[in-house]
Design a protein. Structure first.
Length: 287
């Protein structure tokens, strides 16, 4: 067999191993969500439910039908998913609005301290989140924002905005200036040029940056646990941890809650996957 053929076989084998490694945990999550609690705890475990059931999902829709150690977690999960969606979408929108304006300035304007300021943005994100946890908590408490979704929105915005600026700045530099000049010749104002010409062309980069901000906010656990305490602001990652109590671990409901939590970002990623890939690849061509 030619060396090139062996190389192709090796690459496909590595890709298959990587796919199994990435997909297997989520597959087990989905499969277990259709098992009964007894099946989920069986030893040795079996990989397919003998008696598939939808009761786990129905319990989240109609809680109270069964006494659970984690009953509050089941009842709070739908609202927690809604809270996560509100926070994540807010952070994504603010990232796109603020990040697009800042990134355009860095991409198109040559001002003193341009590269220094960009480097400072990136360095600020190298600080571990746990290192600034206490100062953040003091600030949030002093402004009276504890147990408010706004506190999470502001904190997540501070974490994601530097990366958004970097992503969009790199992507904006790949857009020819001739498009802007043509819009100006057609008597477009700067705002009209941005809304009608520049931003539509930059939509792949915007989608990629928005999805990054959304996923980061959706998955964050540490600050959500620190800043929230009641159902009006608790997010899905925090509620998911409630299925493991000192008394017992509800495996099937933990898995079902995990599936319900994963569905919204997964659907968004599938809907915009082409634009996400295009935005990330195009933005990496020129820095």
């Amino acid at each position: 067999m030619p060396r090139s053929r062996w190389r192709s076989v090796g690459l496909y084998a590595l890709a298959l191993v990587a796919a199994v490694y990435l997909v297997a945990p989520f597959s087990w999550l989905v499969i277990t969500s259709f098992m009964t609690e007894g099946e989920a705890r069986s030893i040795p475990p079996h990989f397919f439910p003998h008696q598939p059931t939808l009761q786990n999902y129905l319990t989240f829709v109609q809680p109270g039908g069964r006494v659970l150690y984690a009953q509050r977690a089941v009842e709070y999960t739908p609202r927690a998913i809604l809270n996560s969606a509100i926070v994540a979408f807010s952070v994504a929108i603010l990232n796109l609005v603020l990040g697009a304006m800042a990134a355009y300035s860095f991409a198109r304007l040559d001002f003193r301290g341009n590269h220094l300021l960009l480097t400072f943005y990136l360095i600020s994100r190298m600080v571990p989140a746990v290192a600034i946890m206490i100062p953040m908590y003091i600030l949030v408490k002093r402004f009276g924002l504890l147990d408010q979704p706004l506190s999470l929105i502001l904190v997540y915005l501070a974490f994601t905005l530097p990366f958004t600026i970097w992503i969009l700045k790199s992507y904006f530099q790949t857009i020819p200036r001739d498009l802007e000049d043509a819009a100006r010749i057609d008597r477009c104002t700067w705002v009209g040029m941005m809304l009608r010409v520049f931003l539509p062309v930059a939509s792949p980069g915007l989608v990629a940056a928005g999805m990054f901000a959304f996923m980061t906010s959706w998955n964050e656990f540490l600050y959500a646990l620190l800043f929230t305490s009641t159902i009006k602001s608790l997010t899905a990652p925090v509620i998911a941890s409630w299925f493991a109590t000192d008394m017992r671990i509800e495996y099937t409901f933990m898995m079902t809650g995990g599936v319900l939590t994963v569905v919204p970002p997964l659907v968004l990623a599938l809907l915009f996957q082409r634009l996400i890939i295009q935005g990330l690849v195009s933005g990496s061509v020129k820095g």
